[in-house]
Design a protein around this ligand. Structure first.
Ligand code: FE
Length: 226
Protein backbone atom coordinates (compact mmCIF):
# COMPACT_ATOMS: atom_id res chain seq x y z
CA UNK A 1 0.00 0.00 0.00
CA UNK A 2 1.57 3.23 -1.08
CA UNK A 3 -1.11 5.75 -0.30
CA UNK A 4 -0.84 7.80 2.86
CA UNK A 5 -3.51 7.41 5.43
CA UNK A 6 -5.56 10.58 5.85
CA UNK A 7 -5.36 10.58 9.63
CA UNK A 8 -1.97 11.74 10.86
CA UNK A 9 -2.04 9.39 13.82
CA UNK A 10 -2.03 6.34 11.58
CA UNK A 11 1.27 6.20 9.81
CA UNK A 12 2.44 3.66 7.31
CA UNK A 13 5.54 1.67 7.86
CA UNK A 14 8.28 3.37 5.86
CA UNK A 15 7.25 6.98 5.52
CA UNK A 16 8.72 8.07 8.81
CA UNK A 17 11.79 5.88 9.07
CA UNK A 18 13.90 8.77 10.35
CA UNK A 19 11.94 9.24 13.54
CA UNK A 20 11.38 5.58 14.18
CA UNK A 21 13.97 5.41 16.91
CA UNK A 22 11.83 4.30 19.81
CA UNK A 23 14.62 2.19 21.25
CA UNK A 24 12.30 -0.82 21.28
CA UNK A 25 14.51 -2.84 18.98
CA UNK A 26 11.42 -3.76 16.96
CA UNK A 27 11.65 -1.16 14.26
CA UNK A 28 12.41 -3.83 11.63
CA UNK A 29 8.84 -5.05 11.88
CA UNK A 30 6.20 -3.48 9.73
CA UNK A 31 3.02 -2.18 11.23
CA UNK A 32 1.21 -5.22 9.87
CA UNK A 33 3.71 -7.59 11.51
CA UNK A 34 3.27 -5.79 14.79
CA UNK A 35 -0.50 -5.99 14.55
CA UNK A 36 -0.36 -9.69 13.73
CA UNK A 37 1.96 -10.34 16.68
CA UNK A 38 -0.24 -8.37 19.04
CA UNK A 39 -3.32 -10.22 17.85
CA UNK A 40 -1.60 -13.59 18.11
CA UNK A 41 -0.37 -12.91 21.67
CA UNK A 42 -3.83 -11.81 22.70
CA UNK A 43 -5.52 -14.88 21.22
CA UNK A 44 -2.97 -17.21 22.81
CA UNK A 45 -3.24 -15.43 26.15
CA UNK A 46 -7.03 -15.72 26.13
CA UNK A 47 -6.74 -19.38 25.23
CA UNK A 48 -8.53 -19.04 21.89
CA UNK A 49 -5.57 -20.26 19.88
CA UNK A 50 -3.06 -23.02 20.49
CA UNK A 51 0.36 -21.70 19.42
CA UNK A 52 1.41 -25.17 18.27
CA UNK A 53 -1.66 -25.49 16.07
CA UNK A 54 -0.80 -22.10 14.61
CA UNK A 55 2.75 -23.23 13.86
CA UNK A 56 1.49 -26.35 12.11
CA UNK A 57 -0.93 -24.30 10.05
CA UNK A 58 1.78 -21.87 8.98
CA UNK A 59 4.23 -24.66 8.20
CA UNK A 60 1.61 -26.43 6.12
CA UNK A 61 1.01 -23.40 3.95
CA UNK A 62 4.69 -22.54 3.71
CA UNK A 63 5.93 -25.96 2.67
CA UNK A 64 3.19 -28.37 1.67
CA UNK A 65 0.54 -26.24 0.04
CA UNK A 66 1.58 -23.99 -2.78
CA UNK A 67 1.38 -23.28 -6.48
CA UNK A 68 2.93 -26.67 -7.26
CA UNK A 69 -0.48 -28.12 -6.40
CA UNK A 70 -2.23 -25.93 -8.94
CA UNK A 71 0.50 -26.67 -11.47
CA UNK A 72 -0.31 -30.35 -11.21
CA UNK A 73 -4.00 -29.64 -11.80
CA UNK A 74 -3.21 -27.57 -14.88
CA UNK A 75 -0.74 -30.09 -16.30
CA UNK A 76 -3.26 -32.87 -15.89
CA UNK A 77 -5.91 -30.82 -17.66
CA UNK A 78 -3.44 -30.20 -20.51
CA UNK A 79 -2.85 -33.91 -21.03
CA UNK A 80 -6.16 -35.50 -20.08
CA UNK A 81 -9.22 -34.18 -21.96
CA UNK A 82 -11.61 -36.03 -19.67
CA UNK A 83 -10.05 -34.41 -16.59
CA UNK A 84 -10.15 -31.02 -18.30
CA UNK A 85 -13.87 -31.36 -18.99
CA UNK A 86 -14.40 -32.31 -15.36
CA UNK A 87 -12.29 -29.39 -14.15
CA UNK A 88 -14.28 -26.92 -16.22
CA UNK A 89 -17.65 -28.27 -15.11
CA UNK A 90 -16.94 -29.13 -11.46
CA UNK A 91 -13.57 -27.75 -10.44
CA UNK A 92 -13.98 -28.48 -6.73
CA UNK A 93 -14.52 -32.20 -7.36
CA UNK A 94 -11.84 -32.51 -10.05
CA UNK A 95 -9.27 -30.74 -7.87
CA UNK A 96 -10.28 -32.76 -4.80
CA UNK A 97 -9.67 -35.95 -6.81
CA UNK A 98 -5.97 -35.02 -6.77
CA UNK A 99 -6.09 -34.60 -3.01
CA UNK A 100 -6.25 -30.81 -2.88
CA UNK A 101 -9.02 -29.80 -0.55
CA UNK A 102 -9.42 -27.60 2.43
CA UNK A 103 -10.09 -24.12 3.59
CA UNK A 104 -10.64 -21.45 0.97
CA UNK A 105 -10.99 -24.05 -1.74
CA UNK A 106 -14.43 -25.43 -1.13
CA UNK A 107 -16.07 -23.78 -4.12
CA UNK A 108 -13.61 -23.70 -6.96
CA UNK A 109 -14.26 -22.52 -10.49
CA UNK A 110 -11.73 -23.07 -13.29
CA UNK A 111 -11.49 -20.47 -16.04
CA UNK A 112 -10.09 -21.59 -19.36
CA UNK A 113 -7.84 -19.27 -21.31
CA UNK A 114 -8.16 -19.58 -25.08
CA UNK A 115 -6.68 -17.70 -28.03
CA UNK A 116 -9.77 -15.45 -27.79
CA UNK A 117 -10.21 -15.03 -24.03
CA UNK A 118 -7.79 -14.31 -21.18
CA UNK A 119 -9.00 -14.57 -17.60
CA UNK A 120 -7.59 -12.71 -14.63
CA UNK A 121 -8.56 -13.06 -10.98
CA UNK A 122 -8.76 -10.47 -8.22
CA UNK A 123 -10.50 -10.04 -4.90
CA UNK A 124 -11.62 -6.43 -4.87
CA UNK A 125 -12.91 -6.65 -1.29
CA UNK A 126 -10.00 -8.27 0.47
CA UNK A 127 -7.71 -11.15 -0.48
CA UNK A 128 -9.81 -14.25 -1.23
CA UNK A 129 -7.57 -16.79 -2.92
CA UNK A 130 -7.69 -20.54 -3.62
CA UNK A 131 -5.33 -21.72 -0.87
CA UNK A 132 -5.36 -25.48 -1.55
CA UNK A 133 -4.09 -25.02 -5.12
CA UNK A 134 -2.03 -21.83 -4.88
CA UNK A 135 -0.98 -21.57 -1.24
CA UNK A 136 -1.01 -18.18 0.42
CA UNK A 137 -1.57 -15.11 -1.75
CA UNK A 138 1.39 -12.95 -2.76
CA UNK A 139 1.61 -9.52 -1.16
CA UNK A 140 0.69 -7.69 -4.35
CA UNK A 141 -2.52 -9.70 -4.64
CA UNK A 142 -3.64 -8.27 -1.31
CA UNK A 143 -2.53 -4.71 -2.09
CA UNK A 144 -5.04 -1.93 -2.65
CA UNK A 145 -3.52 -0.88 -6.00
CA UNK A 146 -3.89 -4.38 -7.48
CA UNK A 147 -7.39 -4.80 -6.12
CA UNK A 148 -8.63 -1.58 -7.63
CA UNK A 149 -6.58 -1.43 -10.82
CA UNK A 150 -7.15 -5.05 -11.87
CA UNK A 151 -10.76 -4.11 -12.52
CA UNK A 152 -10.26 -0.65 -14.01
CA UNK A 153 -7.19 -1.36 -16.14
CA UNK A 154 -6.46 -5.09 -16.38
CA UNK A 155 -4.26 -4.69 -19.44
CA UNK A 156 -2.19 -2.03 -17.68
CA UNK A 157 -1.71 -4.31 -14.70
CA UNK A 158 -0.75 -7.22 -16.93
CA UNK A 159 1.77 -5.03 -18.76
CA UNK A 160 3.47 -4.37 -15.43
CA UNK A 161 3.79 -8.12 -15.05
CA UNK A 162 5.34 -8.23 -18.52
CA UNK A 163 2.27 -9.63 -20.27
CA UNK A 164 1.04 -7.99 -23.45
CA UNK A 165 -1.88 -9.58 -25.21
CA UNK A 166 -3.12 -8.72 -28.70
CA UNK A 167 -6.12 -6.35 -28.76
CA UNK A 168 -8.15 -9.15 -30.30
CA UNK A 169 -7.99 -11.09 -27.02
CA UNK A 170 -10.85 -10.36 -24.68
CA UNK A 171 -9.74 -9.89 -21.06
CA UNK A 172 -12.21 -11.05 -18.42
CA UNK A 173 -11.67 -10.09 -14.79
CA UNK A 174 -13.23 -12.28 -12.11
CA UNK A 175 -13.85 -10.99 -8.61
CA UNK A 176 -13.38 -13.67 -5.97
CA UNK A 177 -15.87 -13.79 -3.17
CA UNK A 178 -16.02 -15.48 0.19
CA UNK A 179 -17.87 -18.23 -1.68
CA UNK A 180 -16.12 -18.74 -5.00
CA UNK A 181 -12.39 -19.09 -5.67
CA UNK A 182 -11.03 -19.13 -9.20
CA UNK A 183 -8.18 -20.98 -10.85
CA UNK A 184 -7.11 -19.88 -14.31
CA UNK A 185 -6.35 -22.72 -16.70
CA UNK A 186 -3.71 -21.16 -18.95
CA UNK A 187 -3.15 -22.26 -22.53
CA UNK A 188 -0.70 -25.09 -23.00
CA UNK A 189 2.53 -23.64 -24.40
CA UNK A 190 3.49 -24.51 -27.95
CA UNK A 191 6.20 -27.07 -28.69
CA UNK A 192 5.34 -29.25 -25.73
CA UNK A 193 3.95 -32.17 -27.71
CA UNK A 194 4.82 -35.43 -26.03
CA UNK A 195 5.74 -33.81 -22.71
CA UNK A 196 4.77 -35.70 -19.59
CA UNK A 197 2.47 -34.25 -16.98
CA UNK A 198 5.40 -33.73 -14.62
CA UNK A 199 7.40 -31.91 -17.31
CA UNK A 200 4.44 -29.72 -18.19
CA UNK A 201 3.87 -28.84 -14.55
CA UNK A 202 7.29 -27.16 -14.47
CA UNK A 203 5.98 -24.62 -17.00
CA UNK A 204 2.97 -23.60 -14.91
CA UNK A 205 3.73 -20.47 -12.92
CA UNK A 206 1.70 -19.17 -10.01
CA UNK A 207 0.90 -15.95 -11.86
CA UNK A 208 -0.34 -17.88 -14.89
CA UNK A 209 -2.99 -19.42 -12.64
CA UNK A 210 -4.05 -15.98 -11.37
CA UNK A 211 -4.01 -14.57 -14.90
CA UNK A 212 -1.37 -11.91 -14.31
CA UNK A 213 1.17 -14.08 -16.07
CA UNK A 214 1.57 -16.70 -18.76
CA UNK A 215 3.11 -20.16 -18.41
CA UNK A 216 6.80 -20.50 -19.09
CA UNK A 217 7.77 -21.82 -22.50
CA UNK A 218 10.21 -24.61 -23.35
CA UNK A 219 12.82 -21.99 -24.33
CA UNK A 220 12.44 -20.27 -20.92
CA UNK A 221 13.33 -23.59 -19.31
CA UNK A 222 16.40 -23.99 -21.50
CA UNK A 223 17.51 -20.45 -20.56
CA UNK A 224 16.92 -21.16 -16.88
CA UNK A 225 19.07 -24.28 -17.07
CA UNK A 226 21.99 -22.63 -18.87
FE1 FE B 1 -11.25 -11.47 -0.29
Amino acid sequence: MNEKAPNAGHRHEHDDAADHDHGDGGSELSEMDLRVRALESLLVEKGYVDPQALDILIETYETKVGPHNGARVVAKAWTDPEFKRWLLTDASAAIASLGYTGRQGEHMVALENTPQVHNMVVCTLCSCYPWPVLGLPPVWYKSAPYRSRAVIDPRGVMAEFGVRLPDSVEVRVWDSTAEIRYLVLPERPAQTEGWSEAQLATLVTRDSMIGTGLPATPSDIVQRAS
